[in-house]
Design a protein around this ligand. Structure first.
Ligand SMILES: [Zn+2]
Length: 336
């Protein structure tokens, strides 16, 4: 009887000890789980970082999803903060935020531009070439702009709140995937000549306005190695900016492979990032367009006069030429 009692006691003690060990283990496992979730959730907004919306648009919030490494789908915990008044022109910000159970938070900001949309008149893409200072020299031909005239033009754009879309936005605009504000404009500068860097770039920087330098990379590619505030570099070919024997630019008589090679070399000189092209002498043909598509160029500009409109051929885009003789009041009508 006594022996049996002892055995029961022993078994009970063993069970209690096992129980304690189990509970302890479980607790430390839980602690490990808590420490392990130091990873913030993933938050995906189904829209761009920057959104341009027309005055009076409602429902501007994008759908979003959130997943966490431990908690799984936490989409319903997403909050959206920020006041956007779509009845008032302006630039606003929305903040999408989500936290997991362990308190790790992810937030993403979205810029909202409320505007009157650009109408059917289209987007002016201005074409400049060279610059001179009348106190020191005389501009050689109509492609040379006196630098104080240029500054008056840039000052006008700055004071009148013009909007300078990125190339990505220009492409989306042509595709009908975004609107642009009514006073949108793009500045381009052909060739990559020294006078652009010495005279025009300081003006762009003074007003904090971006411009694109279309660089002939075999001539001026070295200049594009330098990162400059307010300057984007895109391609004006590597070595196709030369006349052929027939009086046209050489590109028109070159075959597909030769054009392709030139475009690749130009792109490489520009750090592999060039996606916009400017045709030498404004001339182009189907072979050139095919080669541009193959090398990843998305838009190409001619010297034809006009504004860029929705649905236009992205490989034959017109521009607005600014000349030495362009007066400020002419300029105002050209950009309006
Ligand atoms: Zn040129």
């Amino acid at each position: 009887m006594k022996k049996r009692y002892l055995v029961i006691c022993l078994i009970t003690v063993i069970i209690i000890i096992l129980g304690i060990i189990l509970i302890k283990n479980n607790n430390s496992n839980k602690q490990i789980n808590k420490i392990a979730d130091s990873e913030a959730p993933q938050l995906i907004i189904n829209g761009d970082d920057k959104k341009i919306v027309a005055l009076g648009t409602d429902n501007i919030k994008d759908s979003a999803t959130a997943t966490d490494n431990i908690d799984g789908d936490i989409t319903e915990k997403i909050s959206v903060e920020g006041n956007v008044d779509t009845n008032n022109i302006g630039t606003y910000e929305l903040i999408y935020r989500v936290s997991d159970n362990a308190g790790n938070t992810t937030e993403k900001k979205q810029k909202i531009i409320v505007c009157n949309p650009l109408g059917e008149e289209g987007l002016p893409v201005l074409m400049y070439h060279f610059f001179y200072d009348e106190n020191k020299e005389r501009g050689k031909d109509n492609n040379w702009i006196e630098i104080s005239d240029f500054e008056k033009q840039i000052k006008y754009l700055s004071e009148n709140n013009f909007y300078f879309p990125t190339w990505e936005e220009v492409e989306k605009y042509i595709d009908g995937k975004t609107i642009l504000p009514e006073k949108s404009i793009v500045l381009t500068f052909d060739d990559g000549d020294a006078s652009f860097f010495e005279l025009a770039v300081p003006v762009l920087q003074k007003y904090n306005i971006d411009g694109t330098s279309f660089v002939i990379t075999s001539w001026y590619g070295y200049r594009a190695q330098e990162k400059l505030a307010n300057v984007n570099y895109e391609s004006h070919s590597d070595n196709m900016h030369q006349g052929g024997t027939d009086g046209n630019g050489v590109m028109l008589s070159w075959n597909y492979e030769k054009i392709l090679e030139d475009l690749n070399r130009s792109k490489e000189t520009l750090g592999g990032k060039a996606t916009i092209f400017c045709y030498p002498f404004g001339q182009y043909n189907e072979t050139a367009i095919e080669a541009l598509k193959e090398t990843g160029y998305k838009l190409a500009f001619t010297t034809e006069v006009g504004r860029v409109k929705v649905g236009f051929n992205k490989y034959a885009l017109p521009r607005v030429r600014i000349s030495k003789t362009t007066t400020l009041s002419q300029f105002k009508t050209m950009v309006r």
